[in-house]
Design a protein around this ligand. Sequence first.
Ligand SMILES: [Zn+2]
Length: 84
Amino acid sequence: MPQCLIPNCQNNALHNLGIRCRRPATTAIWAPNCNAYLCDEHADQGYEIEIKLTPVNLRTITTHVTAGANVANRTTDIVHNSEE
Ligand SMILES: [Zn+2]
């Protein structure tokens, strides 16, 4: 069972964060899950989320999710093109 990303939380965490880049027709070019989970208590409390894009030209998406000192990193390949 994944651990909740919120510092000092010992609850089981079933809710997985993800991020998506949608085409105008709402299908996704990429939509990886992050390696970050939240428990029931912390999933619906509300957040400020800062998104900082750094171009890498590797056809990968790397996410770094932080909550206090806790960090969750994950890299996935982009398998779709912007126009399909
Ligand atoms: Zn929690």
